[in-house]
Structures are given as C-alpha cells and as structure tokens.
Design a protein around this ligand. Sequence first.
Ligand SMILES: Cc1cc2nc3c(=O)[nH]c(=O)nc-3n(C[C@H](O)[C@H](O)[C@H](O)COP(=O)(O)OP(=O)(O)OC[C@H]3O[C@@H](n4cnc5c(N)ncnc54)[C@H](O)[C@@H]3O)c2cc1C
Length: 368
Amino acid sequence: METCDALIVGGGPAGSSCARQLRQYGMDVLVMDKALFPREKVCAGWITPAVVEALQLDTQDYARQHVFQPITAFRTGLIEGGNVETRYPTTVSYGIRRYEFDNYLLRRSGARLQLGQALKSIQRNGNQFIVNDAITTPLIIGAGGHFCPVARFMGAQLGGSEPAITAKEIEFKMSLEQSSVCGVQGDTPELYFCRDMKGYGWCFRKGGYLNIGLGREDNHLLSEQLERFCEFLKERGRIPMSIPDRFHGHAYLLYGHSVRNQIDDGMLLVGDAAGLAYPQSGEGIRPAVESGLMAAATILEAQGDYRRQQLMPYSSRLVARFGAAPAPNNVGQSFAGKLLAGLLLKNKWFTRHVVLDRWFLHTHQLAI
Ligand SMILES: Cc1cc2nc3c(=O)[nH]c(=O)nc-3n(C[C@H](O)[C@H](O)[C@H](O)COP(=O)(O)OP(=O)(O)OC[C@H]3O[C@@H](n4cnc5c(N)ncnc54)[C@H](O)[C@@H]3O)c2cc1C
C-alpha cells in the first residue's frame, strides 16, 4: 500500500497550485490524474496578471518555450452587431495554451505524480482513506474539475440539477494562408455577446494558434448558436473561411450556482470541483489557482488535524475572497439588467469600466 500526506485528485491549475504550496512546506504530496500530461483541456486560455502573480510565474522563462501572448486591447460587441475597440496602455492579460500551461505547472509543483490513473474508489478507514485499494492518506483534495469524483463522494449530484455553463471550443494551429487572412490580432481578443446576454462567443489568436468558442448559461441550441457565430466571424473577415469543425464541449459551474459542500472530514474541493468560476466572465483559472492556495494555507494551519471543523477556515477564505454566494435560485443579473447591458455594449465607457475592467479583468480585486 502506498502512503502520502495528501492526495490531490486532478492535476489542473487548482491541483498543481495546491500541490506546489504543500510541497514547499515539506508535505509528501501525490497528484493523481486520469490523463497523461501534457493533455488537451477545453479552454480559451486567457489569464490575467493576477494569475501570473499568484502563481509566481517566471514569465520570461515560461515564454521562452511556450505560447505566451500579451493582450493590450479587446474588441467587444453583440453577435451580428457592431463592435467597440478598447485599448490599454499596458498588458492587461495573456493568452496561454492549456496543453502547455497545465503541464508546466504540474511538473513545477514538485509533487509525486500518478498520471493516466483515474480515481475509482474511496473508502474511509478511521482517520484515513484508502483510494483505489492502493493508496492510504489522511487527506484528499478534490481538484478533478466539474465532474470531480471526490465531489461525488462528498454528495454532489454531478450533472444533475446544477445550472452549469456549457461551452464549445476549438483551438488549432493556423496554416500560413489561414494566418494571412485572419483579421483577429493576437494582442486584441474579440468577445461577442449573445443578444439575450446569456453567453458570449470569443475569438482569440495566440502565437500561431486560433481559439474560437461560445459558452452559455443554458445549453439551448448551443451548436446552432456557435455555427451562427462562426458564420458571423467569417462574414466580417475575422477568421479564415475554412476552419476545422471538431469543436469540443465542456460544462462547469459559476460561483454561486453550486450547492456543493467544499469541505468534509479529511476532504476539500478546489477549482471547478467546488464550482468557483467568476459569474460574469466564466473565468475559472484564477479561482482555481487561488482556491488551491487557500486550501493549502488551511491544510498547513490544521497541522494534521483534518476534521471538518479544522478545515472550516477554507470556506471562510472563499467567502472573503469571492463574496457570499447568492442563493442558487437568485443568481445572475435580472432580465432587465441583461437587456440594459446588451444595449450599453455600444457605449465605450460602459465597455471599458464595467464589461472589461470589472467583469472580465477584475481589476478591483488584487492578486492574493
Ligand atoms: C470552453 C471553455 C473556455 C474557458 N476559457 C477560460 C479562460 O479563457 N480563462 C479562464 O480563466 N477560464 C476559462 N475556462 C474555465 C477553466 O477552464 C476552468 O475553470 C479551469 O480549468 C478549472 O481548473 P481546475 O484545475 O479546477 O480543473 P481542470 O483544469 O478541469 O482539471 C481537472 C483535472 O482533473 C482530472 N480528472 C477528472 N476526473 C478525474 C478522475 N476520475 N481521476 C483522476 N483525475 C481526474 C482531469 O483529467 C483534469 O486534468 C473555460 C472553460 C471552458 C469550458
């Protein structure tokens, strides 16, 4: 039987951030992931400077071998409508490829890795858990994303009544010909909202790659809406006429849309497993990294006593950071609010200060 001080299930940004922090304080950490890394992850790959700071990322070192696209402007509008360009004097975000980024962070964490191994079973045995009949540990951190098996063990109804965001996306390396006709510029990602403001599409060029996708609060006609969005981008000369058609889908929860327990005796959920993505933008990497670090801080303070009561400070940290979650049946903006926001998208002040600075860049929230 293998043993470890902490088992982290899932090697995405939430899991690797938590692992690195625990390793720095000398804990024996094992990260298990069902995928072999590097692995594909459905994601636009947009991160803010707060993520870079929280990760203590050496950007020069990272950019030497990976796509790291500085962003200094945005083009925003309604799908099939006009648009506004907002420029910033400095870099306000970066584009990364999750295939590279997650692998880099996981290897950097210094944890022992069990890749290509899915979590299949958890049994409680006093203060210990036995995982997959092969690993004994007093602490399990669920970092397995939206369908995290640790969340299921803790009672979450995965894929059940939770109102998840559904999104579809494609990322591909452009040929020289595709690059030459692609109107989207690397430093200026483009965001186009659905008319009902229940979702948005994006078009994001990073290095030689193009990422196109659309996410919605409901999955009502998602494929059709995505098709219309791509046609719109093509008609406006934003993307090449010919692009691959293998879009990949995924679901995840916005903060406040989930009733998942974040802690239990010997267990914590971080990142998408806990349902932490920002409600207005769907940004989930920052909450994943930050929750991983907050979980690690709580674990270190608990000094080996992982009873639920001792892990409560993690929940308090989440509330202090992301606010008290609204009741699940009272989430999102009102219909009138959404309609107004849609109309105001033509307004340059509203776009810069509300849509971009507040909803997408979270400039009012300093890095942890
Ligand atoms: C289309 C789309 C676009 C997005 N774009 C952005 C964006 O531009 N910026 C942003 O900040 N956020 C974005 N997000 C959200 C972001 O991708 C997530 O919030 C983020 O990946 C959460 O990180 P995580 O570490 O919690 O989970 P994940 O990154 O999902 O990692 C979970 C890991 O757990 C592993 N796992 C799952 N089940 C098991 C199991 N049974 N056993 C072992 N391992 C398991 C998986 O293989 C995976 O590696 C986007 C999401 C979608 C769907």
